[in-house]
Design a protein around this ligand. Structure first.
Ligand code: NAD
Length: 794
């Protein structure tokens, strides 16, 4: 069987169809986007003189969806240019084009009859061997394939993406009895390696895994809100980050998803199950009223929340009026907040008899029991269920991990007392003396499955730093960083300070690591598996010293930072950095001098120091400038001033990329740098990059002189900033920062085109940094950032 993906088709250009097409385009797969032909002209089309035969009208839905991709937030495309991979058409004129596609994904309305008619059309035009899948949220996959040809059935399965497809990691893959195992295996591998998704094998049951348990959990929460007399805001204040769920907690998530979508998904299970379970899937009356009123959430302007001016009000489900937002506050809750991580917070709170504790117990206990009841029915094992909830709903812990965290024995005892049905296999597990669903032995994870513990299969492309540490691969550690042996002659430097901010401890570890790797390893990866790669230098430390007038100390820190970055750059062995998510300020400065950057699709990278009243101090100005210069082909004349202008603008405006691709457009990454689509593979990819560089006989760059624009260039750089200041766009202090930055990028008072040494540029940078750090207005900006988490414009 020759399975490949050189061209895909997406049928249906609505919310999900357009998002899936964008995701395929981001990966570089040419995609045909088809939708139905409109049956009537719009007023605008009439005034333009169009008829129903015109392409503009016939492709209206697809074209509109494509246009919308540029405006949507968060952006479905990693860069605008990717839209060129999407070709719009309609189901009547372009169905023949399906014969050229290797994968055809159906993403039309959630109605069996509509989906079946689409598949009948697809069966007529598809080529033999092409894969066909449905993005249904919960319709039987088997039923959709009924009546289709044998080859179709062999190549048909469910591929359930979550919204928004670019950002949500889960892809549920649902085979039917007829699906060829090779097709299933191919899609699982393709989903993980090419689409970058967390692939979970689900069974063909109503709503599959994540939506079945997630919807149940939401309905349990709604019932608890009503019976426990909690308000919408009170519930959200407990069911968000505190317990390892997304910040949008319960109701803000529902507002984003849309009430109609939620009710549709709940009804789908309601119609297919019986007895007690059916009753649970009945949507509460007040929600039905909200639906009648059209209060669907963000898309209709109001839902569980309503924004009035600057204030956000919460819905009172009894009166259906909006009230001031409330938060739940209990002493136990405050105590639990002091605990580290959601598992410990949950454990500290869930058995407390106060309102917060009872709430948590009541919304969790039935869901944990439900997940256990469905194991085997909706998924093969507990791992699939935990992964689906984590990847699909953004939970930090899956149901069985939560159960382990709060103690299985204690929870089962309480559930039994409260008549919550605990499935026999869980009771049996306890009776055999096994007190947890997961077990760790020598860093390997085992999970309870059909009466025994099974080792979790390892994925060769996933490097798990925690596991390596448990296996004794840690070579050196301080408060901010660790050096780990990741095998095959490669070492990894991991940041693990608060927010991965760079302080002296990390700088010391960089110095040590580069020396150690120089002697004993083939190369070094700088990466980690935290929330963000690095949010910058330790601002609190800098501010504290600045407020104490300890400029000497700051000078010392900045020197050390600059020297450590030079050490990365001139390391004898290749250093590969692996930025992901927020890679700001100092975080970006660590990446810029490295031999190779292996970013992820979601890399938000920028030198943002001006936002806190400073300029980059770790060599970032020079390195970004050099990175731009290196994009210029040898022997071709170019305008040095243009290069300086671009770098100045990027840093002055604190530009941050919205994707790895955009970081490349902003020249933080070069063409040769890599982008891992699957973030779980990033460290593996970075390690391979180290090995490839080493094998090619890596040599550090030659220390060359840098051409600068000098005094005349400085004046040019400032023109724009001065104009912006005159027209009131930027403040006096912004202008002061801009002047310092321009001076550093221009290379000071030298003639245009002078070649200067790197150290000279570092000295200019350090002087400018020190003068800004002493400015009261810069200190106000730093303080504001530390307290409020956003920049102050003063
Ligand atoms: P949508 O309403 O945004 O888009 C539906 C698409 O179907 C539109 O392009 C529409 O033109 C097309 N369509 C309507 N009638 C049709 C017909 N008779 N023949 C062919 N096409 C027709 O819906 P959506 O949210 O994108 O959902 C699409 C599918 O994805 C559904 O199966 C849904 O259950 C599933 N899904 C949705 C989400 C979500 O969060 N929205 C998440 C996962 C899966």
């Amino acid at each position: 069987m020759n399975l490949r993906m050189t061209k895909a088709a997406v049928i249906g250009s609505g919310v999900m169809g357009s998002g899936i097409a964008a995701h395929l385009a981001n990966i570089g797969i040419p995609t045909l986007l088809l939708d139905i032909v409109p049956t009537a002209l719009t007023d605008e089309e009439k005034t333009k003189g169009f008829t129903l035969k015109d392409k503009e009208v016939r492709n209206r839905l697809g074209n509109a969806a494509l246009k919308k991709l540029f405006k949507q937030k968060p952006a479905p495309l990693t860069k605008k240019e990717n839209a060129a991979f999407i070709q719009v058409g309609n189901l009547e004129d372009d169905a023949e084009k399906l014969s050229a596609c290797d994968w055809i994904i159906e993403v039309v309305v959630e109605e069996l009859s509509v989906k079946k008619s689409i598949f009948s059309l697809v069966d007529k035009y598809r080529k033999q061997g092409s894969i066909v899948s449905s993005n249904t949220s919960g319709i039987s996959v088997e039923a959709m394939a009924e009546g289709r040809s044998e080859d179709f059935q062999k190549h048909f399965l469910g591929t359930h993406f979550f919204n928004p497809p670019r950002y949500l990691k889960l892809l549920e893959v649902i085979p039917t009895k007829q699906t060829d195992p090779k097709v299933l295996a191919f899609m699982q591998e393709f989903g993980e390696n090419v689409l970058g998704k967390g692939v979970v094998l689900a069974k063909d049951t109503p709503n599959f895994i994540a939506n079945r348990i997630g919807t149940y959990g939401l309905l349990v929460t709604l019932q608890e809100m009503i019976s426990g007399g909690f308000s919408v805001g009170e519930l959200d204040s407990v069911t968000g980050t505190l317990i390892g769920r997304p910040k949008s907690a319960t109701f803000r998530t529902l507002d984003v998803v849309g009430l109609d979508t939620f009710v549709h998904v709940a009804n789908n299970v309601y119609e297919k199950v019986t007895g007690k379970e059916k009753a649970m899937f009945e949507v509460p009356v007040f929600m039905k009223k909200m639906l009648e009123n059209g209060w669907l959430g963000s898309k209709s302007g109001q839902g569980f929340y309503l924004k009035k001016g600057k204030e956000i009000l919460e819905l009172n489900p009894d009166t259906l009026t909006y009230e001031e937002r409330k938060k739940l506050k209990t002493p136990a809750l405050e105590m639990a907040k002091q605990e580290k991580g959601p598992a410990r917070k949950m454990k500290a709170l869930i058995y407390q008899g106060d309102r917060a504790g009872k709430l948590l117990w009541n919304i969790h206990a039935p869901v944990l029991a439900y997940a256990a009841q469905l194991t085997g029915e909706i998924a093969d094992d507990i791992v699939a269920i935990d992964q689906a909830m984590k990847w699909g709903f953004g939970w930090k812990l899956g149901p069985f991990e939560i159960w382990d965290a709060i103690g299985v024995e204690k929870a089962v005892e309480k559930m039994t007392k409260e008549n919550i049905e605990v499935p026999a296999w869980v009771q049996d597990m306890l009776e055999k003396g096994n007190t947890s669903f997961y077990r760790e032995v020598n860093g390997d994870t085992y999970y309870y499955h059909k009466g025994e513990y099974k080792k979790r299969s390892e994925n060769a492309r996933v490097i798990d730093l925690k596991r390596l540490k448990k296996q004794g691969k840690l070579m050196k550690q301080n408060t901010g960083a660790s050096l780990i042996d990741i095998g095959d002659g490669v070492a990894l430097l991991e940041f693990h300070s608060a927010n991965n901010a760079i302080g002296l401890d990390i700088l010391q570890m960089i110095n040590f690591a580069v020396d150690e790797v120089g002697q004993h390893f083939k190369g070094l990866v700088i990466g980690n598996q935290g929330t963000n790669f690095c949010v910058g230098a330790n601002l609190a430390l800098i501010l504290m010293e600045a407020q104490d007038d300890n400029l000497f100390e700051i000078d010392m820190v900045v020197r050390q930072f600059q020297q450590a970055m030079m050490k990365i750059k001139y390391s004898q062995k290749p250093v590969v950095t692996a930025p992901f998510q927020m890679t700001l300020g100092g975080g970006a400065e660590v990446c810029l001098p490295s031999a190779h950057i292996q970013a992820t699709m979601e890399t938000y990278m920028g030198l943002v120091e001006t936002g806190v009243g400073l300029i980059p101090g770790g060599g970032g100005n020079k390195e970004l400038y050099l990175k731009h210069l290196r994009t210029m082909p040898h022997g071709v004349k170019f305008d040095l001033q243009e290069v300086a202008n671009k770098v100045f603008e990027t840093i002055a405006m604190a530009k941050v990329s919205t994707s790895g691709e955009e970081a490349r457009i902003n020249n933080f990454l070069h063409e040769a740098d890599g982008i891992s689509v699957n973030p779980d593979h990033q460290l593996y990819d970075a390690k391979q990059a180290v090995l490839a560089l080493y094998e090619r006989g890596y040599k550090p760059p030659i220390r060359e002189k840098v051409p600068v624009v000098g005094e005349t260039g400085y004046a040019t750089l400032l023109l724009g900033a001065q104009a912006m200041h005159l027209s009131g766009y930027i403040s006096e202090h912004d202008l002061k920062i801009a002047k310092k930055l321009a001076y550093v990028i221009a290379g000071g008072r030298v003639p245009f085109g002078t070649l200067v040494d790197e150290q000279y540029l570092l000295d200019l940078e350090r002087e400018a940094f020190l003068s800004l750090v002493a400015e009261p207005k810069s200190q106000q900006r730093m303080q504001h950032m530390l307290l409020k988490g956003k920049p102050l414009r003063n």
